[in-house]
Structures are given as structure tokens and as C-alpha cells.
Design a protein around this ligand. Structure first.
Ligand SMILES: Cc1cc2nc3c(=O)[nH]c(=O)nc-3n(C[C@H](O)[C@H](O)[C@H](O)COP(=O)(O)O)c2cc1C
Length: 369
């Protein structure tokens, strides 16, 4: 057993790391995970237990995607952060994470065209970079969006700025801009979606402009040392595809340096739906280009996480599904303990306990077996 005590070698994922002003005690990050257990847009008290279960002293947690404005909502029961009631409801959740020594970032989200019309006021269309609808499937149908006019874009940038300010007021240590997975910012990035002819469309530089304006506005508001961004150039989720994801990722990694933000969080390309990593070291050029903290995610487990740390491929690794089912994931990695399996059917239910806060800790296993 490697546990870092008595001179035994500590596993690389458990090495401390200084992320800007934050002293992290290990490299295992809670990935942003939508769980749809808010009541309408208000986060609920059961989230206190959920996040505090996943908190370690000096561990970094990223919140579930949190909606920046009324028009930004895509799915039911996802929390928001644009009004006072939402800010107040987040406070005890953030406090609980802080009480255990965690560092908590709020992921800021605008779903863009990945939004049911029901969420929009007076049946308005959801907004996007385009007016092309997502093709969808039988289970999920999305209405055609409305292409944002050029002079409306600063208004959306401003919504992100206000949401970031609110996140800090709620007590979060910083924010992560959700620039991935086919949501609004990704709808601007990806050339198979963005069909604009104004200064926000066409060239790679133009397609990245919206994201960088958000980065700048938020950095000016709360300080770049509290700002991260998540990017998934290789993802085709929600039909947001780019013909040259390597260039997109690299351009963004370089462009972000100008703002001096804290971290860049990149999602690996995937071979298949099982989440196996398809290629090795795809993100290396981006890791080398970006000057701040580099977080990787997607299909990682203990061994390849350790390897990524050992090879300095990244500074931190975010874990999603395994952190859902293993609230004590860092402890399990330390002890090389078995992991609880996750139950996909409970990922997005409204149940405040089942599949949410009832995954057993290691101590529970010892008690009952
Ligand atoms: C239930 C569930 C909810 C998710 N919600 C979000 C989210 O709110 N924001 C986000 O950026 N990614 C979200 N993701 C993607 C995860 O953060 C992560 O990128 C993905 O699960 C791959 O990492 P993993 O292999 O460690 O699970 C979600 C994934 C799952 C399974």
C-alpha cells in the first residue's frame, strides 16, 4: 500500500500543487456535474451534503453547470446564479465546502440552442450563434434557435460578468466558464455550427472572440486569478463539431495567456461512449502553450491519472462519473481501494438522496462486510 506515510512513495495524484493563490493538497478535482436536483433554478439544501461529501481539505471542486440568466437555461431543475434568491441558496452549500477546507469554483453556463422553448419567456426562441436547430433524436428535440444579432452579444457577455460577480458574492472562490459540450460558447467556436458573417464568425479568430470577450469581462470583474475556462474542442456533443479541433484548442490555449487566467480545463477526445481515451497526449500542445494551470478530464482512472501527473502532461485531473459514485475518491485512490460503480439511471433524477448522497464511503464497507 502506498500511502505517503513512513517514507513510502506518495502516488502522483496525491502530490500537493499550488494553483495561483490556492494551495491544493492533491491533484484530484471534482469535475462539473449537472445533477438536476435544484428546485426550478434554486439550488436545494440536499446539495450541501452532496458537495460536502466530496470535499477534502485542500481539494478543488467545480460546481455543476450553473445558469447565468433566464434565457440561458437548457434543462429543468438546473441551478441559476442571476438573482438574489439563487445567490442566497448557494451560500450554505459553499460554506459547507469551505468548512471542510475545500476550494469551490462555480461553473457558469449558457445553454444557447440546447434549450427547450418552455424555458424562454413568452415562447421566445433560444439564442445561438446560428439559427440552425439541433437535429436531435426521438428523446430530445430542441426548437430552432434565433441567431444573436451582433449588437446583442455584449449583452450576453454582460450576463456572464454579472453571474461571476454573483458567484463571488455567494462565496465561491472563483468561476469556471463553460466553453464546452455544444453549449452557447461552443456554438460560437465550432465551424460546423457557427455560420455567422459578422466579426463573431468565419475565421478561427472571429469564432473565438465571443469566449475571449467573456474571459476579459469576468477577469476585469473578479480578477483573472479567480477565472478558469473549460473547453472541449474534440467533442461532438449536441452536434457541435469543428473541422480542426487541434487548431481550435491550440489557438485558445495561446489566446488565453493574454488575460492571465488561473486555469484551462480541457476534455480529452474519446474513442467511444465507454469513455476510453482514444489517443495519447492529444492535449500536449495545448498544455505546453497555456501558461496557467492545466486540468485534463475525460475517461481517467487512477493509473492513467497518476501517469498524466508523472509525465507532467497536466497539473490536475478532473474526475466525473467516478466521483459521482465515490464521494471519497481521493481516499480510494490513496489506498488503491475498489470503486463503487455508478448508476447512470440516477445521474439526472430529482431524487434528493438516491444516486446522489447515498453512495457508500469506504468506512461504510468496512462496517457492513
Ligand atoms: C451526469 C453528468 C453530468 C455532467 N454535467 C456536466 C456539467 O454540468 N458541465 C460540464 O462541463 N460537464 C458535465 N459533464 C461532463 C463531465 O464533467 C466529464 O467531462 C465527463 O463525465 C467525462 O469525465 P469522466 O470520464 O471522469 O466521467 C457531465 C457528465 C455527467 C456524467
Amino acid at each position: 500500500m502506498e500511502n505517503g506515510r513512513e517514507g513510502k512513495k506518495q502516488i502522483p495524484l496525491l502530490r500537493p500543487y499550488k494553483m495561483g493563490n490556492f494551495q491544493l493538497s492533491h491533484r484530484i478535482v471534482l469535475a462539473p456535474l449537472t445533477r438536476r436536483r435544484a428546485f426550478k433554478t434554486i439550488p436545494q439544501p440536499h446539495a450541501i451534503l452532496y458537495y460536502s461529501q466530496r470535499t477534502t481539505n485542500g481539494g478543488l471542486l467545480i460546481s455543476e453547470a450553473t445558469v447565468v440568466s433566464e434565457t440561458a437555461q437548457g434543462y429543468p431543475n438546473t441551478p441559476g446564479i442571476w438573482n438574489k434568491e439563487q445567490v442566497e441558496a448557494w451560500k450554505p452549500i459553499v460554506d459547507a465546502v469551505h468548512a471542510k477546507g475545500g476550494i469551490f469554483f462555480c461553473q457558469l453556463w449558457h445553454a444557447g440552442r440546447v434549450s427547450m422553448q418552455d424555458f424562454q419567456r413568452n415562447g421566445d426562441k433560444p439564442v445561438s450563434s446560428t439559427d440552425k436547430a439541433i437535429f436531435g433524436d426521438e428523446d430530445q428535440q430542441f426548437p430552432p434557435p434565433r441567431r444573436l444579432k451582433t449588437d446583442e452579444i455584449p449583452h450576453v457577455v454582460n450576463e456572464f460578468r454579472i453571474a461571476a460577480k454573483n458567484a463571488i458574492e455567494a462565496g465561491f472562490d472563483g468561476v469556471e466558464i463553460h466553453g464546452g459540450f455544444g453549449y452557447l460558447i461552443d456554438q460560437f467556436f465550432k465551424d460546423q455550427v457557427n455560420d455567422r458573417t459578422d466579426k463573431y464568425g468565419g475565421s478561427l479568430e472571429n469564432r473565438c472572440k465571443f469566449a475571449l470577450e467573456i474571459v476579459e469581462a469576468i477577469s476585469n470583474e473578479i480578477g483573472a486569478e479567480r477565472v478558469g475556462i473549460r473547453l472541449s474542442p474534440f467533442s461532438n456533443y449536441m452536434e457541435a463539431i469543428d473541422s480542426n479541433p487541434n487548431s481550435l484548442g491550440l489557438y485558445m490555449a495561446e489566446a488565453l495567456n493574454k488575460y492571465g487566467i488561473l486555469y484551462c480545463h480541457m476534455v480529452e477526445p474519446r474513442a467511444d461512449n465507454n469513455g476510453e481515451i482514444s489517443e495519447n497526449h492529444t492535449l500536449l500542445p495545448m498544455r505546453l502553450a497555456f501558461k496557467g494551470t492545466f486540468i485534463v478530464n475525460g475517461g481517467y482512472k487512477r493509473e492513467d491519472g497518476n501517469k498524466a501527473m508523472d509525465e507532467n502532461y497536466a497539473d490536475l485531473v478532473a474526475f466525473g462519473r467516478w466521483f459521482i459514485s465515490n464521494p471519497d475518491l481521493p481516499k480510494r485512490f490513496e489506498l488503491n481501494a475498489e470503486l463503487n460503480k455508478y448508476d447512470r439511471d440516477m445521474f439526472y433524477t430529482f431524487d434528493p438522496v438516491v444516486g446522489y448522497t447515498d453512495y457508500p464511503f469506504l468506512e461504510d464497507n468496512f462496517l457492513f462486510h
